[in-house]
Design a binder for this molecule. Structure first.
Ligand code: FDM
Length: 212
């Protein structure tokens, strides 16, 4: 599909509150791209498979307690430990569909009361997404979707705060999609946006870094 030798993959991030449908839509996007003959992979943060990821997982399931700053830096370290692989994949032409990224990092920690600039600092220099798909849902609607599990952040009041911080982070790489539409409609809209982005990246759009 029009690949020139130095064409790179796209870095596409899905963000939104818990239960907005990110995970379902992310895997559908990968299937869609692969069906078109593109090289694509599904990634997610936190990546719970690494040793840092296991500390995060234990914290999220309330099996361990950590200071808010400490867990923030672990989430960030978990992205840093994947950064070079991310760059290699993108440069080799693979598109990455990433379920949560730095915006989750900053929005969730800021919602706990940490300063937003402090939260952004360790993220500076990570690869910037070419496209952020924000699945927009009210915290109330999200909480009605089959209820929350027992992980640490799955509470209505906290999710409302997270939603406010997401608003602040919204920039020109974001597309906001109404997450209350029928699933197939959302899927179609995401496909169109991602395909356009993939083409742009194939045509030499340079990679950039976060928050510089
Ligand atoms: N989360 C996720 C953070 O607080 N910071 C981060 O940097 C990231 C990537 O972890 F509640 C929160 C968001 C969510 C929880 O995410 C686990 P998943 O998508 O439910 O695994």
């Amino acid at each position: 599909q029009g690949c020139n030798s130095n064409s790179r993959g796209a870095l596409v991030v899905l963000e939104g509150l818990d239960r907005c449908g990110k995970t379902t839509q992310s895997s559908r996007l990968v299937q869609y791209l692969e069906g078109l003959g593109h090289s694509a992979e599904l990634w997610r943060f936190p990546d719970r498979t690494t040793s840092v990821g296991q500390m995060i997982s234990s914290y999220l399931s309330n099996k361990s307690q950590l200071d808010d700053h400490t867990i923030h830096l672990l989430f960030s370290a978990n992205r840093w430990e994947k950064r070079s692989l991310m760059e290699t994949k993108l440069k080799s032409g693979t598109t990455l569909i990433v379920d949560r990224y730095s915006y989750s990092g900053v929005a969730f920690s800021s919602a706990k009361g940490l300063g937003i600039e402090w939260c952004k600092a360790p993220e500076v220099g990570l690869l910037a997404p070419d496209l952020v798909l924000y699945l927009n849902i009210s915290p109330e609607k999200a909480s009605e979707r089959g209820g929350y599990g027992c992980e640490r952040y799955e509470q209505l009041e906290f999710q409302s705060k997270v939603a406010q911080y997401y608003q602040v982070l919204h920039d020109s790489s974001w597309k906001v999609i109404d997450a209350c539409q029928p699933m197939e409609d959302i899927e179609k809209q995401l496909q169109e946006m991602v395909l356009e982005c993939v083409k742009k990246c194939h045509n030499g759009e340079p990679l950039s870094q976060l928050w510089l």
